[in-house]
Design a binder for this molecule. Sequence first.
Ligand code: ACO
Length: 335
Amino acid sequence: MYTSRITGMGKYVPENIVTNDDLSKLMDTNDAWIQERTGIKERRHIKKGDGNSTAVMGVKAAEMALERAKVSKDDIDMIVFATLSPDYYFPGCGVQVQEMMNIHTCPAIDVRNQCSGFVYALSVADQFIKTGMYKNVLVIGSENHSGGLDFTTRGRSVSVIFGDGAGAAVLSRSEVDGHGILSTHLHSEGKHALELSLKGPSTNHWVPQLIEENPQEDIPYYPYMNGQFVFKNAVVRFSEVIMEGLKANNLEVSDIDMLVPHQANLRISQFIQKKFQLSDDKVYNNIQRYGNTTAASIPIALCEAWEEGKIKEGDTVVLAAFGSGFTWASAVMKW
Ligand code: ACO
C-alpha cells in the first residue's frame, strides 16, 4: 500500500477586485451587512474580455502547482477537476485543461460536489495513488461564479457571498515515511439537495420549463440558498467530519497544527474554531479577500497558508468542507 502526498500547490484569482461598496452600486446592500453576516470585504470577479474561465483559471493554478512540485506535465497520470461552474454543460473542465496544457491522453475526471468538491477530488486522487495505479495526479478546484449570479437586489443574499478563482495541487506517491494523506472522509445527504441548488438550465429544467415553473420571475435560472438551514447543517457536519478524521488517526483536537475549512462564511469558521477552542494561528481564513470560491476555496487557502509559512513539514493539517448536496468531507494529512 502506497501513500500520497501534496508535492506542489498553486492558485490563481482574477485581478478584478469587487468590494462590498461596488456591489452596493448594483443592488440594495451595504458593506456593514455583508461583513457582519459573512466576514467578506471583497472578492474577485472575472472581467469580460480578460480571457479567464473556469478551465483557464484552473490551468493557471495547475501550472504553478506543477512547477512547485517539480513534476513535468508528461508525468501526470490523471486529472481530477472539481467545479460547480464548468465552462460547458459537457464535456467537463478536466479535458479542457488537458488540451490547454497539452497533457497526454491520461484520464480526466470532473467531480461535481460543490463546496466539498476539492476534498472529494483529493480523495479520488488519493485512492488511485494508494492502490499503486498512478504516481502523480493533478487535482484542481476552480469556479467562475460571477458569470451566473443575480446582481440585482433579488439575488443579493446569494450573490454577495461568492467569488471567482482556482487552486490546484499535485498529489504524488509519497517517498517520505509517515507523511502525506492519512485519511479522507466523505459524506452526502441528498434529501437536502434543493436547499442549496441551481435547477437549470438542465435537461430536466430547460429554459421554457423554468419560466413555466416560476411565472413571477423574469430570469429564474439563478442559484437558490436556504441560508439559515445551510448554516445550521454546516456547523454540525463540519464538527462531525473533523472529529471523524481525528478519531480515525488516533489524534486529538490539540494535535491539529492547521485547520483549513472550506471558506463558506467567516461565521461558520469562527463557530468551529470556538467549539474546538483552536487559537487563531491554527485556523486559516481568507474569505475576507476572496469570498466563497466553492471548490476552489480550500486549495487557494491551503496554498496561501503554505506560502505564508503557516504550514511546516511534519504538521498535522486538517481540511474540512460542507456544501450543496448536502455533501461534507474531511482530509487529515501530515505535511
Ligand atoms: N444585503 C442587505 N440585506 C440583505 C442581503 C444583502 N446582501 N441579503 C439579504 N438581506 C436581507 C434579507 O432580505 C432580510 O431582510 P428582511 O428582514 O427585511 O426580510 C434580512 O437581510 C435578513 O435575511 P436573512 O436571509 O434572514 O439573513 P441571515 O441573517 O440568515 O444571513 C446569510 C444570510 C449570510 C446567507 C446566512 O443565512 C448564512 O450565513 N448562511 C449560511 C450560508 C452560507 O454560508 N452559504 C455559503 C455558501 S454554502 C457553503 O459554502 C456551505
